[in-house]
Design a protein around this ligand. Structure first.
Ligand SMILES: NC(=O)c1ccc[n+]([C@@H]2O[C@H](COP(=O)([O-])OP(=O)(O)OC[C@H]3O[C@@H](n4cnc5c(N)ncnc54)[C@H](OP(=O)(O)O)[C@@H]3O)[C@@H](O)[C@H]2O)c1
Length: 212
């Protein structure tokens, strides 16, 4: 498959690139600055702003699926994720593409019964300490994807991400519970993302990810 990757420079993105390449996929990688790290031989690198429709479109060229792994820096004050996601979605519609996997957070958007009491408290504090508009940016991203009318969207909401090794204990499902102590390694999440893109199980659903 050809996979368009937004957030290629993220720590999760690096793991995703490794996992997707090992699985034989061809990647179109978006960076906002020339990457300092080595990219796989057959990957295409597109450097540009996520506000630039030409750059966003070029990443999607010929893609069978797109994955979004964008985050905020700790000191970020300017929301950009919802707007970038909207541009990606509208460009996908123009290109008649539909498979979109978006990584957000267990702390953002709708949580239904998946988030335990302690995690709700932690989320409340995180929302209080976040700079204005940052959590709302994530909420809006999720709302937008859910309402996008793309036939192939999936929202992925992980617990705290770690640099640990891949583990079979990592679970991705609509029923996974996330507590304040829950975590999952970026390596395991990357593997699960590649799996979901290759063999979709959660189309038009939001899933939580954590280690058992
Ligand atoms: N960290 C956690 O514990 C945690 C928990 C749950 C969910 N998540 C989510 O999982 C995903 C990956 O997390 P991560 O910790 O691996 O990410 P990360 O290493 O912090 O990388 C963040 C990514 O967002 C990009 N980015 C940041 N500000 C930007 C801006 N203003 N304009 C364009 N791009 C910008 C970065 O690009 P540059 O390299 O160019 O700055 C980078 O590709 C994110 O969606 C994150 O919110 C994280």
């Amino acid at each position: 498959m050809i996979i368009a990757v937004y957030g290629a420079s993220s720590r999760l993105g690096q793991q995703f690139i490794d996992a997707a390449t090992a699985a034989g996929h061809t990647l179109r990688l978006h960076y906002r600055a020339k990457p300092s790290e080595q990219v796989p031989e057959h990957a295409t690198v597109i450097v540009g702003s996520l506000a630039d429709p030409t750059a966003v479109r070029e990443v999607l060229r010929g893609a069978d699926a797109a994955v979004v792994m964008l985050g905020h820096k700790d000191d970020a004050r300017v929301p950009y994720i919802a707007a970038a996601t909207k541009l990606i979605v509208s460009t996908m519609k123009t290109l008649e593409q539909s498979r979109l996997v978006v990584v957000t957070s267990a702390m953002a958007g709708e949580s239904s019964g998946n988030v335990g009491f302690t995690m709700k408290i932690r989320t409340m504090f995180a929302r209080r300490s976040a700079h204005d508009g940052m959590m709302e940016d994530r909420d809006e991203q999720e709302r937008y994807v859910r309402a996008s009318h793309l036939s192939g969207w999936t929202v992925v909401k992980p617990a705290k991400l770690t640099e640990g090794a891949d583990s079979e204990r990592a679970q991705m499902d609509t029923t996974v519970s996330v507590g304040a102590g829950s975590q999952v390694s970026r390596a395991a999440l990357a593997r699960l993302l590649v799996q979901e893109i290759t063999t979709p199980r959660f189309v038009q659903q939001a899933v939580f990810v954590a280690e058992r």
